[in-house]
Design a protein around this ligand. Structure first.
Ligand code: MN
Length: 237
């Protein structure tokens, strides 16, 4: 028995290779696992469950739904798709978990999170987290807007995010060791899995282990966990 973890596919009709790779993964591989966790940024952007068809997501949602009939499927939202709600869960059969969830992974308590909360040097992003992502009032209001207005706002936000990323150093975009230590301590775990930084790696933090999923651009990035341990693998897509 094994469990899969993936994140940061950033699916959009403009990235057909990633869509094809996700389709292959969901239809050919997912069923072999007892559990599948998607740790955020599955979609390049998500402006509401009622707008899924506008970004061409409906076939993907039904594929996810099919996978969820034989595999327990879970979703932790990322900073791109934090507006997924109950309808998304109903359409896909994926259970939405809060960011920073501890699961028992074959006997080892393991913290699962998207990972952007660990990038505490990126103050602009932390501001976005506080004021928008984790602000229910903001989210409820945004989701109540007419869809064309939401599309326009999301476009502007993505443009600003692009400018922001280009303008700051790559170090700031990575996690800080302080935030990682804090997360290990807060949740009393010695193992965590996250994505967001797109830097696939296995990091040792004084005997505690942090597994980082990569994105799905030139290669896929999949973590397979079983009773023997954890393996991260990428394959050309
Ligand atoms: Mn992210």
């Amino acid at each position: 028995m094994h469990t899969y973890f993936i994140s940061d596919l950033h699916l959009t009709p403009e990235r057909p290779n990633a869509i094809k790779a996700f389709t292959d993964f969901m239809t050919l591989k997912a069923h072999s696992a007892e559990k599948l966790y998607i740790l955020g940024d599955l979609f390049e952007y998500w402006i509401g469950d009622d707008a899924a068809s506008l970004i061409g997501a409906e076939p993907l949602l039904s594929m996810m739904r099919a996978a969820s009939t034989h595999t327990d499927c879970y979703f932790i939202a990322g900073n791109r798709d934090f507006l997924v709600r109950d309808d998304f869960s109903n359409m896909t059969g994926f259970k939405i978990l809060p960011d920073e969830t501890v699961v028992d992974l074959y006997g080892t308590p393991t913290l699962l999170l998207h990972g952007d909360s660990l990038c505490t040097d990126d103050q602009k992003h932390q501001q976005f987290r506080t004021q928008m992502m984790t602000n229910n009032q903001f989210c409820d209001h945004f989701l109540s807007l007419p869809i064309p207005e939401r599309i326009e706002t999301a476009k502007q936000a993505r443009m600003q995010s692009g400018e922001h990323k280009a303008g700051i150093s790559m170090d700031i975009m990575d996690v800080t060791l302080e935030a990682v230590d804090q997360a290990f301590n807060d949740h009393h775990v010695s193992q965590m899995i996250h994505g967001h930084t797109h830097r696939q790696a296995t990091h040792d933090h004084n005997g505690k282990t942090r597994y980082v999923l990569g994105d799905w651009d030139k290669t896929s990035s999949v973590i397979t966990a079983n009773a023997n341990g954890i393996v991260i693998k990428n394959e050309k897509i």
